[in-house]
Design a protein around this ligand. Structure first.
Ligand code: ANZ
Ligand code: ZN
Length: 813
């Protein structure tokens, strides 16, 4: 064995050994219980950065541990290779996106292999591969037939810079400038997420996910409980009543105005002969949704010539059009209660609309002035028949007073249906044919797939102008027709990849019976930037696949049982890594300088997986040094290790080792993986180093140390495992059995013996000696025998005080 540890040679050699022995291939029929551990598949940006490294290193610790616990572990990998980002990037470089993807995936695959992740590469998927996306087209067709996807005009955020539809998320992240956004109404293919809203909410109680992510999902779905109320219009109006949704019907007597969205029939009627109002309405329609909901931005409005009557107080209040009323929420209208809603308060203050308190807290003066919106709930005041009631009481009272036509319990939902078409080339073609007679006709299943043509010109019209792609006969009437030339959002690709990993090679079926064996995923790992979008889409499609019978029965209602969202790796300057800050670190850099094991050891030891930490190159060097020293220690102790195999570990050393192993188990359970490095690996190393005279410690210590190291720095662990004479491969070795109470306490107990209440002796006995035996042992001791011989024992008893101390009593007659 080389006295100096050369990571390059060792890592290459071990990777070849794993490959030769086919260690990472997962067999569907393996009799062990299954465990599906999944890391989010990457967008093939070019090189792995240290954020990828962290994600996959965490997932690999988990997967390797489950394997050692006796599970048949599936850990697959693939490429989120379709989509806008890839197309724009390839365009910029002047290469075909397919070529760009091919180069990048080759590079990233090599890096992932060099990092030694336990990935079953036989199952690799690529979203841009026809063998993958053809099934997405089948799913689309089935959804279309079941009316789970439909085509309708909808409001979209249009990015003028890239001439594509964009998302709120990209704006929030600064990927798209707010100035470039225009709100457009465009026809879109929409998936019926809202229909699944309640299931998506309920499912959150079945999963073991971080509290924060559950909250994010709940926020996105945004279900609120409230009432829909009718306010009759007075005088000449195009409709009889104005309907509003409110979560605070208890504030109804505080309504001092009503507000409608610009597209509401009342606003449109008023604007038809009022150019100033018409202009204002057009302007309102450009309000971004994030600004409408924000109580801190300025709110604008114009009064309409309509008045309504409050059904409880009988008061007349004016109707306004306001830019903060969202047209596709509730009924596109609201009752303004400035005393108790922040946005209404801002609006009323600006336009000098009265503010009336109708909710009081803690029996304070009900007429005290309002200086800001008081949004907490309380008891109704200044509200006639509602006075003295809380929210619940008001709801019942309103139902009773107004009847179901004018007041009914209702709920609100922020979740929108999902527009999935993109005006891009690089995506799954939407399998729809547009016929002037038949309308939008889905491509019949036997005509699928619709493959994406390989030749393309840069630009938004890539498919629309494509002579072979753009035209085809109508599948229904045979007339000359046009293909849909939009492609699917990349989030559709990633909404079902976890299922396809269970049967990636099936060329006749989207998902086969093997899915039942693997689904749901037992653990999912990824960044929390996907807390809202991806996770909601994937959960939705999982339920759709179930409902459409595209899954075998028994795949579960939720796709991901447990979830860990790792924190970010920040630049050395503590800022988010980004090209513009010039603080990004690529995995290749540490791979080349220090090797895979050091890279992994550093990234796992960095800190709690959930939190963000800045990059620290000095720490990387410390870890490299640690491995170097450990190698040399192992080398020095090799003979003792061999000798120690047949020896028993001294009880106190055994106890010390057990305590460390137990901590490791606890930290794995709690996902404090960073503690495996210092509390685990370092502690065992210390025990080995400091007990050079115990051959048994050398043997036991190294055996356990290498098992832990197999999770984090598997190459050096595998090499030392063999060099030190342990059997087989460490990756296939078994984890230790869970430690019991008895393992964690000293092996012997000291018993004090009392006779008639006086201490007469003490002795040590193995911790687990039973009471009868202890009493016998005590009586045999000369010091005790002296007192009790010839006398009758009236009572005897063993009392344990923890595991290290105990008392034995004898009471004589
Ligand atoms: C009166 C009221 C009084 C309200 C009060 C709140 C507090 P969530 O919780 O998100 O469901 N609202 C109703 N329709 C709206 C629309 N189309 N655009 C913008 N706002 C709308 O929000 C429900 C509340 O948002 C409703 O309850 C309504 O204001 C407003 F002290 O009604 B509330
Ligand atoms: Zn037709």
């Amino acid at each position: 064995m080389d006295p100096k540890y050369g990571f390059n040679a060792v890592e290459r050699k071990i990777q070849q050994r794993w490959a030769k022995q086919d260690c990472f291939t997962v067999n569907d029929d393996d009799p062990r219980p299954k465990y599906y551990s999944l890391c989010m598949w990457p967008y093939p940006s070019g090189d792995l950065h240290v954020g990828h490294l962290r994600n996959y290193a965490i997932g690999d610790v988990w997967a390797r541990h489950k394997r050692m616990l006796g599970f048949n572990v599936l850990q697959p990998m693939g490429w989120d290779a379709f989509g806008k980002d890839a197309e724009l990037k390839a365009n910029k470089l002047g290469v075909h996106p397919a070529k760009w993807v091919k180069q990048n995936t080759a590079n990233m695959r090599r890096e992932l292999k060099e990092l030694g992740f336990m990935i079953d590469w036989n199952r690799e998927l690529n979203a841009s591969n026809l063998k993958y996306y053809r099934w997405e087209q089948l799913l689309f067709v089935r959804m279309w037939e079941q009316n789970l996807v439909y085509y309708e005009p909808t409001k979209v955020l249009w990015d003028k810079a890239t001439k594509t539809v964009t998302s709120r998320r990209d704006i929030d992240d600064g990927k798209v400038a707010k100035e470039d956004i225009e709100i457009k109404v465009m026809p879109a293919y929409l998936m019926r997420l809202r229909e699944y809203a309640n299931q998506l909410l309920d499912g959150l109680t079945q999963v073991n996910w971080p509290e924060k992510i559950i909250k994010d999902q709940q926020y996105l779905i945004g279900r609120s409980e409230g009432m829909t109320l009718h306010f009759a219009l007075v005088g000449n109006a195009p409709v009889d009543a104005l309907e509003v949704y409110t979560t605070r019907p208890d504030t109804i007597c505080g309504v001092t105005y009503m507000a409608v969205a610009a597209s509401h029939p009342l606003a449109q009627a008023a604007a038809s002969d009022n150019p100033k109002l018409a202009k204002f309405c057009t302007q309102c329609e450009q309000t971004l949704p994030m600004d409408a909901g924000n109580p801190h931005t300025e709110k604008q409005g114009m009064p309409l010539d309509f008045t309504v009557v409050n059904p409880v107080s009988g008061k007349h209040v004016p109707v306004w059009v306001a830019d903060y009323v969202v047209d596709d929420y509730g009924s596109g209208a609201l009752m303004g209660v400035p005393a108790h809603d922040e946005r209404d308060f801002k609006f009323a203050t600006r336009y000098q609309i009265p503010i009336i308190r109708v909710i009081n807290l803690d029996q304070q003066d009900p007429h005290r002035p309002i200086t800001q919106a008081e949004t907490s709930s309380g008891i109704a005041v200044n509200s006639g028949e509602l006075d003295g009631l809380d929210l619940k009481g008001c709801v019942s009272k309103l139902e009773e007073m107004l009847g179901p036509d004018k007041a009914r319990r209702d709920y609100g939902l922020s979740l929108r249906d999902w527009p999935i078409n993109r005006h891009m080339y690089w995506g799954t073609p939407i399998p729809i044919v547009i016929c002037s007679d038949c309308g939008r006709v889905p491509v019949p299943e036997h005509q699928l797939p619709v493959s994406l043509p390989n030749d393309f010109k840069h630009g938004p019209q890539a498919l629309a102008d494509h002579p072979d792609f753009a035209f085809c006969p109508c599948p229904r009437c045979g007339a000359k027709a046009r293909r849909e030339t939009d492609t699917m959002d990349t989030f559709v690709n990633s909404a079902w990849y976890f299922a396809r990993f269970t049967c990636p090679d099936n060329s006749t079926q989207m998902i086969d019976n093997r899915a039942k064996r693997w689904l749901p995923c037992d653990h999912y790992f990824g960044g929390d930037e996907h807390a809202q979008g991806h996770l909601v889409y994937a959960r939705f499609i999982h339920k759709v696949l179930r409902d459409l019978g595209l899954y075998p029965k028994g795949c579960g209602d939720e796709p991901f049982q447990a979830l860990l969202c790792q924190g970010m790796v920040l630049g050395a300057d503590g800022k988010k890594m980004s090209k513009s800050q010039d603080n990004t670190i690529m995995a290749k850099h540490i791979l080349d300088c220090y090797g895979a094991d050091t890279a992994r050891l550093y990234i796992i030891g960095m800190g709690n997986p959930k939190d963000a930490y800045p990059w620290n190159e000095e720490h990387v060097k410390d870890h490299a040094m640690f491995l170097q020293n450990l190698w040399q220690l192992a080398l020095k102790r090799r003979d003792q290790i061999a000798a120690g195999k047949e020896q028993k570990l001294a009880p106190e050393l055994q106890l010390n080792l057990n305590k460390i192993l137990n901590n490791i188990d606890r930290n794995l359970r709690d996902q404090h993986l960073n503690n495996l490095v210092f509390g685990g690996i370092h502690s065992i190393r210390n025990l080995i180093r400091d007990n050079a005279d115990s051959a048994a410690m050398q043997y036991q210590g190294f055996m356990h140390l290498l098992k832990v190291m197999n999770l984090i720095c598997p190459h050096i662990a595998e090499e030392l495992w063999q060099q030190l004479g342990f059997e087989g491969l460490v990756i296939d070795s078994a984890w230790w059995p869970a430690l019991t109470d008895a393992d964690l306490h000293s092996a012997t107990t000291v018993f004090v013996v009392q006779v008639n209440g006086k201490r007469r002796d003490q002795f040590e006995a193995p911790f687990d000696t039973d009471a009868t035996e202890l009493l016998e042992l005590a009586q045999q001791r000369p010091n005790i025998a002296r007192y009790i011989s010839g006398k009758q024992i009236a009572k005897s008893k063993v009392i344990r005080q923890g595991n290290s101390h105990g008392l034995i009593f004898f009471a004589l007659r």
